[in-house]
Design a protein. Structure first.
Length: 483
């Protein structure tokens, strides 16, 4: 059209526009641009394979809109194996999508909310194992307790091993300590904060209520299964991990010397992320309440009786303790990542806490002194797998079973464990490696020969005669100095 206004010749205008003269004349007669002549296609390019059965399918969908295309298609194949081929499933999925949009039931709408400054803090747990963090070369599976202020998106995080009350308490108190102020607190339906009631709803745990009341906060929780009500922290969970992944790529290594070093790195990254949010954070702090002076302990105490097996059961997991505590009542401080055992107010044991339920952590040093007197108990000991402190011990046991009768092999292995408890486990570990590498059966005597301490040679010293006159001389000099 522009070229026609310039040249008034169809041939020249069509040539300059890259069209044939006949096509140019068509657009000129219509008086409209090519884009104005096109419209949506109203015809099918191929025959609808479900035309004969669509009325039946439509009736089924009207009765049960939750039916999926895969279910309906499998039913059609079963009833009419010659009428359809597996490749036609995608066509039916498109038909169902169109039906749901035009005739399907109403869908649930989510309503965006306006956040007010300082009104709430949302907390959630998120797995961070995908970051591939290692401590001392070993994989470090862990979660992050992640509190967030929805208005400013200020966030903090602490490392934890499970969604426990101790982890929630530590994470919330760490975030409040950074802020120096306290808002409301909102969490999801984690068992750390809530529990089932007979009514079918979820109420707050007494320990959780004590935490929020201590800080003058009003506890709130979301509805069961409605995680979008905790939407801000849910969205920031992914952002948190994506940013940490990028920072790890810049760092060039995922190895950290200790858990504290890793958590310090996480906190440094969060401080940098929170700096651009300072203005909105200031608005929130202006309306929050000050914190109380005292901070609650980050553990929960529980009194437990030691069983005849020299074990205690804490949070659905079993742990061994020194046999001298058998049948006594001990006090256990339950942290998120460890347990501390006390008796009579004196510390007795610190052990890493197990996640989940029905786990066990048995230290062979706690039971070996009884086991060496009753080695026959080894074969069916409930926690026998814990009596192999390193892979080489298991290999040594298998080698003993291959070279001797099982009963004899068990006695030999128990003696090796006793030797490891009496000396150094690392020395026994190295001795077993040497014996297995040489193809020698790792008996207790063979191991003892390698780990027995060498007797130091006593040097021959010449003892001279004592001259008492030297003492008289010292006394005389001392008298002169005193005078």
């Amino acid at each position: 059209m522009d070229e026609m206004r310039r040249h008034a010749e169809v041939g020249t205008a069509a040539l300059r526009a890259g069209l044939s003269p006949n096509t140019a004349r068509k657009y000129l007669r219509a008086g409209r641009l090519p884009s104005e002549l096109t419209g949506p296609r109203t015809w099918r390019t191929r025959e609808d394979p479900f035309a004969a059965d669509w009325a039946e399918l439509r009736a089924r969908l009207a009765d049960a809109p939750e039916l999926e295309a895969t279910t309906l298609f499998e039913d059609l194949l079963r009833r009419k194996p010659d009428g359809y081929t597996p490749g036609q499933l995608r066509t039916l999925q498109r038909r169902l999508k169109q039906w749901r949009a035009q005739e399907g039931p109403p869908k649930r709408i989510f309503f965006p909310q306006v956040h007010r400054p300082g009104e709430a803090m949302q907390t959630d747990f998120t797995w961070a194992t995908t970051l591939g963090i290692t401590l001392g070369g070993e994989p470090f599976p862990h979660l992050l307790c992640h509190p967030v202020l929805p208005y400013s998106n200020w966030e903090w995080a602490t490392i934890c091993q499970s969604e426990s009350l101790a982890a929630l308490r530590r994470g919330v108190q760490a975030a409040l300590g950074r802020l120096g102020r306290a808002p409301y607190h909102q969490t999801d339906n984690s068992t750390a904060a809530t529990h089932d009631l007979r009514t079918g709803k979820r109420g707050f745990n007494a320990e959780y209520e004590a935490l929020v009341q201590h800080y003058g906060m009003a506890p709130r929780t979301i509805e069961v299964g409605e995680k979008e009500q905790n939407g801000d922290v849910e969205a920031l969970n992914g952002v948190l991990k994506r940013r940490r992944e990028q920072q790890l790529l810049l760092r060039g290594s995922r190895e950290f010397g200790s858990r504290d070093a890793y958590e310090g790195w996480v906190h440094a990254c969060l401080e940098a992320a929170n700096r651009p949010r300072a203005a909105r954070v200031a608005e929130e702090l202006a309306v929050m309440r000050p914190l109380p002076a005292a901070r609650l302990p980050e553990w929960v105490e529980q009194d437990v009786r030691v069983t005849a097996w020299s074990t205690i059961r804490v949070k659905h997991n079993a742990y061994s303790v020194p046999s001298r505590l058998m049948r006594e009542v001990v006090r256990v401080r339950i942290f998120d990542e460890r347990l501390e055992v006390f008796f009579g107010g004196a510390p007795q044991l610190t052990v890493a806490r197990l996640p989940g339920r029905n786990g066990h952590r048995i230290n062979y040093r706690h039971i070996i002194w009884s086991l060496v007197r009753s080695p026959g108990a080894f074969e069916r000991y409930r926690y026998r797998d814990d009596l192999f402190p390193a892979p080489v011990f298991r290999r040594a046991y298998d080698a003993l079973c291959g070279a001797q009768a099982v009963r004899t092999a068990e006695v030999e292995y128990v003696r090796i464990l006793h030797l490891a408890a009496s000396t150094l486990e690392t020395d026994v570990d190295q001795a077993l490696e040497r014996l297995l590498a040489a193809g020698t059966v790792p008996t207790a005597e063979a191991v003892r020969a390698l780990v027995a301490p060498e007797r130091p040679e006593i040097p021959a010293l010449a003892v001279g005669a004592v001259d008492l006159a030297e003492y008289d001389d010292l006394l005389a000099r001392s008298a002169e100095v005193g005078a």
